[in-house]
Design a protein around this ligand. Structure first.
Ligand SMILES: *[C@@H]1O[C@H](CO)[C@@H](O)[C@H](O)[C@H]1NC(C)=O
Ligand SMILES: *[C@@H]1O[C@H](CO)[C@@H](O)[C@H](O)[C@H]1NC(C)=O
Ligand SMILES: *[C@@H]1O[C@H](CO)[C@@H](O)[C@H](O)[C@H]1NC(C)=O
Ligand SMILES: *[C@@H]1O[C@H](CO)[C@@H](O)[C@H](O)[C@H]1NC(C)=O
Length: 329
């Protein structure tokens, strides 16, 4: 859609127009020089890391960003990358109650049900993938962001955040829905289920929920048979969760992990060229609630989620113009 080639043709035409106006209408040379010294014009003569006009995330040379961003950490499990280094396996185990399951066997079973090839390792000069990360915040109510959200290549939603009845504010497309067994919801067959595996049992659950439905409980009773297109199921890599935990959030405590919203944002950062964020944080009155739930009667500022390092990191990403955050209403 946003092919660089087309833009180049447009700019070559524009340039010719400018040059003719310089020669014909005697536009002052300084002004012409100013026009020439424009990053967009400069881009005509360089091979760009991606085809987006606004930004190419992964290629940013922002120092704060490059200190943290690791392009080579795979965000998704595949047949080829499923072996976990000891330190990561130990960390992942520490998040969950002891499991007797054999990890490599669980992975084998998973990839006998869902596709095992790698995904989205296709960054390059001809790709401009725009992504909307849509949280569940009440600040979406009355925002009229629907069409804007839907205009992205990928629209990522999380957990049970509904679309039906909220289209004008949250959009109607969902390309990816990120969830874990306890937050699962049925999907249509065009949406990618992206599983966040907080424990081995979560991977066993997704295998089961797409086949015979034998896993009926995780922390508590969960959906045992899930409607979803199993050819579109993906699983976030435990090593990716570990990387977000340590490299982005510097979390010291062993038994805590990043929030779903933050993990989805990081996932988007690693597979998209341009990321826009919707439905994160409180509304303009400082109220925290879900857009699909009634507004609390008293506008109580909980503030509990607001001061954390995740929030700081999102602000920093925005300040450095690496992402755009749409604050809603
Ligand atoms: C072009 O812009 C850069 C910074 O954006 C500046 O350092 C440089 O002097 C400019 N060159 C000309 C010819 O104006
Ligand atoms: C786990 O499963 C793999 C493959 O199914 C097998 O080779 C391995 O011996 C098993 N490990 C243990 C500790 O049972
Ligand atoms: C695994 O990687 C090898 C080479 O690295 C590649 O030839 C093969 O196609 C990959 N398999 C899958 C399922 O992606
Ligand atoms: C997906 O669903 C549509 C209708 O809802 C159906 O026509 C189509 O065959 C389904 N595709 C697959 C792969 O199940």
């Amino acid at each position: 859609m946003r092919s660089c080639k087309h833009m180049k043709i447009v700019f070559v035409v524009l340039l010719s127009a400018i040059i003719s106006s310089v020669t014909l209408c005697k536009v002052p040379y300084d002004q012409f020089k100013h026009l020439m010294n424009n990053s967009i014009v400069e881009r005509l003569f360089h091979e760009e890391p991606c085809a987006c006009m606004e930004r190419c995330l992964a290629a940013s040379d922002d120092e704060w960003f490059t200190e943290r961003f690791r392009q080579n950490v795979p965000p998704l499990l595949s047949l080829n990358n499923s072996v976990l280094p000891d330190n990561i396996y130990t960390w992942w185990q520490s998040l969950q109650s002891k499991s007797q399951a054999n990890y490599s066997q669980v992975i084998q079973e998973l990839f006998s049900v869902i596709p095992g090839e790698g995904h989205y390792r296709d960054a390059g000069p001809s790709r401009c993938r725009t992504c909307a990360v849509v949280g569940n915040s009440g600040n979406l109510v009355g925002s009229f962001y629907g069409p804007l959200i839907d205009s992205h290549d990928f629209v990522m939603r999380m957990n049970k955040g509904p679309v039906e009845g909220y289209e004008k504010d949250v959009g109607s497309r969902t390309t990816h829905r990120i969830m874990y067994p306890e937050s699962a919801t049925h999907l249509d067959n065009t949406t990618h289920l992206v599983l966040l595996p907080f424990k081995i049992l979560d991977i066993q659950w997704v295998t089961s929920a797409l086949t015979d439905g034998t896993v009926k409980r995780t922390r508590y009773k969960v959906i045992d048979k899930l409607q979803a297109n199993k050819d579109k199921v993906m699983v976030i890599h435990p090593a990716f969760m570990h990387y977000v935990h340590t490299t982005w959030l510097h979390i010291k405590s062993r038994r805590s992990y990043p929030s779903t919203g933050f993990l989805v944002l990081m996932f988007a950062l690693h597979i998209c060229d341009e990321v826009n964020v919707f439905g994160f944080g409180a509304n303009s009155k400082g109220t925290w609630h879900h857009y699909f739930e009634k507004m609390p009667k008293s506008f109580k500022r909980t503030g509990k989620h607001s001061g954390g390092i995740e929030h700081q990191t999102i602000l920093e990403l925005q300040e450095r113009q690496l992402i755009s955050v749409y604050r809603g209403w």
